[in-house]
Ligand binder design. Structure first.
Ligand code: UDP
Length: 204
């Protein structure tokens, strides 16, 4: 992935179409048994947070793709002479992945996060709208900065048992980025995407 380094973060030098196509390529590839790839979009808030939160910075540095999720990040790249083509948000990328999925070979999705009940509502709307996408399971873990080790273990097993190809993480930043960095090596999904409030948007 071509990247530009901005404030220590490896930002993807790709436009929306290229980002979508790369994620689709990753979703078509066979499982390697070596853990999941993950996408961690960054906005101004998380870019600033990464400056003082080493765990968040490490999560971005280890990500397979860090899209510039916001115009100010794109503007900063121009001012610093390493212009990125455009803003690429998780909330656009996720529905685009659902829409691109082939109904003959459905995309299996796990929704992790948001308040209890929200992901179930999102799943109903996804099924009604995107015939190629099937939500195979959901979970709404407890709120708060940390999940305890027993909860992490339960979630890793549940995601792996679901057979999902794509994991959508709506735990809020920086929890979702730190969580996927820690657990991606043990997950057998093909791709995880840090989604912020996208599960809420999908629930309507
Ligand atoms: N959320 C969660 N667990 C938490 C904190 C937040 O599941 O411990 C969910 C929240 O319900 C919402 C999503 O994370 O669906 C995004 O939260 P936030 O507004 O912090 O998102 P961001 O600013 O990252 O888009």
């Amino acid at each position: 992935v071509p990247t530009v380094n901005l404030f220590g973060l490896p930002l993807a030098n790709l436009d929306r179409v290229q980002t979508l196509e790369l994620c689709r390529t990753w979703l078509r590839a066979p499982r390697t048994g070596k853990g999941a790839r993950y996408v961690a979009p960054t906005n101004v808030d998380t870019t600033v947070q990464a400056g003082t939160n080493p765990q968040l910075l490490a999560a971005y540095q280890a990500a397979d793709l860090v899209p510039a999720d916001g115009n100010p990040v794109v503007w900063a790249s121009r001012i610093l002479g390493q212009a990125l083509p455009e803003r690429v948000t998780g909330s656009d990328l996720i529905p685009a992945l659902f829409a691109a999925a082939d109904p003959a070979d459905s995309l299996r999705v796990f929704l992790l996060g948001a308040a209890p009940g929200v992901a179930v509502r999102a799943a109903e709307r996804i099924h009604a709208r995107y015939p190629g996408t099937r939500v195979v399971d959901v979970d709404s873990p407890p709120f708060g900065f940390h999940l305890d080790p027993a909860e992490n273990e339960r979630l890793v097993r549940k995601v792996n048992a679901s057979g999902a190809d794509l994991l959508i993480l709506g735990l809020g930043a920086p929890k979702q980025e730190i969580w996927i960095h820690a657990h991606a090596p043990r997950l057998n999904v093909k791709l995880a995407v840090c989604a912020g409030a996208t599960i809420d948007f999908l629930a309507g």
